[in-house]
Write a protein that binds this ligand. Structure first.
Ligand SMILES: Nc1ncnc2c1ncn2[C@@H]1O[C@H](COP(=O)(O)OP(=O)(O)OP(=O)(O)O)[C@@H](O)[C@H]1O
Length: 599
């Protein structure tokens, strides 16, 4: 699934509405503080008028002190209101952006595997951090400014009318000019904002891929190439960001020039009126004060609009993510798994192609049944579809035809998490998180006790290794377990599966040689894990196929033969070839005899 373009408009910001609903009290307090701050600024204008006309010009000694006192009280209240405004508006911005981020992350966790195959993690990280950051700036700063300035604009305009209707009329002539400027430049700001954000996401994606594969980068001395690609990508972002900033700066400066030219014109007209005694100095001063307030508010709208356009671009990108439907709907759940799990699997007539390659069938008419406690080995040449079968059992994908039953129930009818809860997948490549060994094992069943974690670690003979570590089982393994050897990693992921205690084990067997103590421990761990549950194992070693109850031979997405090792060696040409090629080393070691129980 590709993240595609979306219609861009301020209306998209409306998706934020539900995120505000739990915070009515804070919204009320923020609005109250905003209204009070705006009212007080406007009241200052009247203060200025009386200060000049009565206090300063006419009776300087009588009223000056009391007027000054009133102004001080107003300023004190203004400080209080400004504090409330800043605090509550910022609080709301942080809270809503945090909740949005949480919602997006939860949404991502529900999306199907194929989405992540087509979207780079770095791009998603950029959306979750930078884009929600832009929304946070809008809500935590710009929205407050917008409301305050709207109040000041409307209030200031009202006071201008009260002070001099004629001068107000003249001042308003400038408004259509301002609106036109905003429309012309605003569109450009929005376009370049989206572009800059897209380029930033590309940059994030590149950093993510490069740093995650740093060993390959260094091993292939790819640094120079990566430096160049990064510089080019970075330059594209810079160009887009500069275009955005240019459009934004032009918007701000043109609006400010237009507005303040108008103020200067009004000042000149007002001065003429004062000289003709048609207006008092106090009135003109108050008018100018209000005109500056109104002009300042109008001027700041261009800045706010810039933020709004940037946030609209971010909202568009976040909506693209949110509009992607999760793979599984609760509505499709019509059955529950039986309370006692036997681990039976019945695959019937399953055909499948990957959504990204609809013309390339990967599995065709697969029918296999696995009884409770049975060990079924799957063998076949590379690309036969063995791992794909595991992906279908895990419901990472759904087959286009046929059905898969687990514990007697069609897996399409049950809750996908309940299904996965009963399955333990041990992948060929051990996946570790940058946490301690203890936490990596606990990942299998987060509610397990410490004793149970230790028991799982004992099953894979981790004890000796743990004593060599500075913090024992609580030693951190580094990013992706970089500080551990391949065998140590494998033992930890097996311990994790042991702790999970699934009724069905899907094991993509590691191909490592079996001649070191570490790998013997891996095999013992696997043997412990397989002994008490239904197991499907993609087999790469002779030991595994010999110990399996049955072996399925796959080729080109189809089941070619099923039987025991002895049966297949006699009957199936491909199996014979696989056994002689793939298991040749082990067979030659034993002179062609069966291996002792290693599993
Ligand atoms: N995510 C994917 N998207 C598209 N095609 C895929 C995907 N994963 C695997 N394939 C294709 O599906 C086919 C079967 O792959 P699969 O990994 O199931 O084979 P396999 O038998 O497990 O191979 P191996 O033994 O090499 O691991 C291959 O042709 C592969 O290219």
């Amino acid at each position: 699934m590709q993240l595609g373009p979306h219609k861009n408009s301020f209306q998209q910001l409306a998706f934020l509405k539900p995120y505000f609903s739990p915070y009515r009290r804070q919204i009320f307090l923020a609005l109250l503080a905003l209204a009070l701050a705006a009212f007080l600024v406007l009241a200052l204008g009247t203060g200025v008028r009386h200060f000049i006309d009565q206090g300063f010009l006419n009776q300087p000694h009588q009223n000056l002190l009391s007027l000054l006192l009133v102004v001080f009280v107003l300023i004190g209240l203004l400080a209080l209101a400004s504090f409330g405004r800043t605090y509550y508006v910022t609080w709301l911005g942080e809270r809503v952006a945090g909740n949005l981020r949480q919602h997006l992350f939860e949404h991502l966790l529900k999306l199907e595997i194929s989405f992540f195959e087509n979207t780079r993690a770095g791009e998603l990280i950029s959306r979750l951090t930078t884009d929600t950051g832009l929304i946070q700036i809008l809500l935590g700063t710009s929205a407050g400014l917008a409301i305050r300035n709207t109040m000041m604009f409307v209030g200031g305009l009202g006071m201008m009318v009260v002070t001099s209707i004629w001068l107000t009329f003249l001042s308003l002539l400038v408004v259509p000019l301002v609106i036109l400027t905003i429309r012309i430049f605003g569109r450009r700001v929005r376009r370049f904002s989206k572009l800059a954000q897209d380029r930033l996401a590309d940059l994030g994606g590149y950093i993510d891929e490069c740093l995650n594969n740093i060993r390959t980068v260094q091993a292939f001395t790819h640094e120079d190439h990566d430096r160049k690609v990064f510089r080019d990508t970075s330059r594209k972002f810079f160009v887009a960001a500069v275009k955005r900033t240019l459009a934004r700066s032009l918007l701000a400066s043109v609006v400010i020039v237009v507005v303040f030219l108008a103020v200067a014109g009004v000042l000149w007209l007002g001065a003429t009126k004062v000289s003709k005694n048609e207006m008092t100095v106090g009135q003109l001063s108050a008018f100018i004060f209000y005109a500056v307030v109104v002009a300042g508010s109008a001027g700041s709208f261009s800045e706010i609009l810039g933020d709004l356009h940037r946030a609209a671009g971010a909202a568009e990108r976040l909506l693209e993510l949110l509009s992607i439907q999760p793979a599984f709907h609760e509505k499709s759940i019509s059955r529950t798994l039986p309370s006692v799990s036997t681990g039976t699997v019945a695959i019937h007539g399953v055909s499948f192609f990957y959504p990204s390659y609809p013309d390339r069938p990967v599995l065709g008419q697969i029918t296999v049944s696995v009884s409770p406690g049975e060990k079924l080995a799957i063998v076949g040449p590379p690309g036969a579809g063995k791992s794909t079968l595991f992906s279908l059992l895990m419901r990472f994908y759904d087959p286009q035809s046929g059905s898969i039953h687990f514990d007697g129930v069609d897996i399409k009818d049950v809750n996908v998490q309940a299904l996965r809860h009963r399955i333990g997948l041990v992948a060929q490549e051990p996946v570790l998180f940058s946490a301690s060994i203890f936490d990596n094992i606990l990942y299998g069943r987060p509610k397990a006790t410490e004793k149970e974690v230790w028991q799982a670690a004992d099953c894979v003979q981790l004890e000796d290794f743990l004593t060599t570590l500075p913090h024992g089982i609580h030693t951190k393994v580094g990013t992706k377990g970089i500080r551990l050897s391949g065998g140590q990693k494998q033992r930890i992921v097996i311990a994790r599966a042991i702790l999970r205690n699934p009724s069905l084990l899907l094991l993509d067997e590691a191909t490592n040689a079996l001649d070191t103590p570490s790998e013997q421990a891996v095999q013992q761990g696997l043997s412990h894990l397989m002994s008490t549950r239904t197991t499907l194992v993609i087999a790469h070693s002779l030991g595994t196929v010999l110990n399996a109850d049955r072996i399925v031979v796959m080729e080109g997405g189809r089941v070619r033969a099923v039987g025991t090792h002895a049966e297949l060696i006699g009957q199936d040409e491909l199996y014979r070839r696989l056994a002689t090629l793939q298991f040749a080393d082990a067979m030659s070691l034993l002179g062609g005899k069966a291996l002792p129980d290693v599993l």
